[in-house]
Design a protein around this ligand. Structure first.
Ligand code: HSE
Length: 322
């Protein structure tokens, strides 16, 4: 049995989800992989905040360098969120020879080349499955099986909070503010939910998908983005009358060598595969030149589903570096 020592950096919703996922599945993972995945440090400034996990207090440190300089730490899971200081902390971890796993779509969308380049320079592995689609294994699929295809088009429901809000407004006629509050309580929404409702979170994820699907960089600020704060109960009722549903769609396609992309609410036919994607579920609908259409579906937000993707990346790194 190989012990893999993990430092969780940031013990908010996703950090706690990762910790709890490891508690739940530690033995099953050990039986399948021969890996003893151990949380050896938790880097967190607010140690006393009540949480749905109770790790030994001795695991906590407020000093990230205590973990980065510790030769027994193999992998740092960056779960702070936001562009900075998270990007700097990931760079520092890599420079100290740590493999890095992250769920941080904002940092990745802003600093994709920098982070992937620094990982290569430092000779460490860098994985970010949880950054797009939460628990859905879409990044891995694009980087492995789908390499046989040229991807022509990608359309996604990439934000769980807004999909939850639109679903509840459509099904139950609930108010926007009431549903947003519930999404925050369930741990779907960003610390500042403006990023969710104004489409910025979806644009971050689309920017990452564009890099992976088309090998081109489109910065978040270059993606025309409209959120859902202007969607009214009338818009939803009108769509319903036309047998359509309102969804926040992130779309990118390569046309004549140019990337065409946007994030915006759209009315889609009730028969379209994306129309049935409800609540906090996300889906990524891809068209490959030899595969045709495929769709990845699952929970795009929430502590445990996202934590599951983080743990998957940790297992991948630990297996490759055995
Ligand atoms: N706030 C994000 C969402 C979390 O609602 O989808 C997952 O990235």
């Amino acid at each position: 049995m190989k012990t893999v020592n993990i430092a969780i950096m940031g013990f908010g919703n996703i950090g706690v989800g990762t910790y709890r996922g490891l508690e739940i599945n530690h033995d099953a993972i050990a039986a399948k992989t021969g890996l003893d995945l151990k949380v050896a440090k938790i880097i967190e400034l607010d140690i006393d905040r009540p949480r749905e996990a109770n790790p030994d207090r001795a695991l906590f440190t407020t000093d990230r360098f205590e973990a980065f300089r510790d030769p027994s730490i193999d992998i740092v899971a960056e779960l702070i969120g936001g562009i900075e200081p998270a990007t700097t902390f990931m760079s520092e971890a890599m420079k100290h020879g740590k493999h890095v796993v992250t769920a941080n779509k904002a940092a990745l969308a802003a600093n994709y080349e920098r982070l992937t380049g620094e990982a290569e320079e430092a000779g460490v592995l860098f994985r970010f499955e949880a950054a797009v689609g939460g628990g859905i294994p879409v990044i891995n699929a694009i980087e492995t099986s789908l390499r046989s295809n040229q991807i022509d088009e990608v359309t996604g429901i990439l934000n769980g909070t807004t999909n939850f809000i639109l679903t509840q407004m459509t099904r139950a006629g609930r108010s926007y503010a009431d549903v947003l509050k519930e999404a925050q309580e369930k741990g779907f929404a960003e610390a500042d939910p403006t990023a969710d409702v104004e489409g910025i979170d979806a644009a971050n994820k689309l920017s990452i998908l564009i890099s992976l699907c088309f090998g081109d960089r489109v910065k978040v600020e270059e993606i025309p983005t409209i959120g859902i704060s202007g969607v009214t109960p009338d818009d939803i009722a009108q769509a319903k009358a036309e047998n359509k549903v309102v969804k926040l769609l992130a779309h990118a396609a390569k046309e004549d060598g140019e990337i065409i992309c946007s994030v915006a609410p759209a009315r889609i036919d009730a028969n379209h595969p994306l129309a049935g994607v409800s609540d906090e579920f996300n889906a990524i609908y891809l068209k490959g030149n030899i595969l045709g259409e495929t769709m990845f579906y699952g929970k795009g937000a929430g502590p445990l589903p996202t934590g599951g993707a983080i743990i998957g990346d940790i297992i991948d790194i630990a297996t490759r570096t055995k």
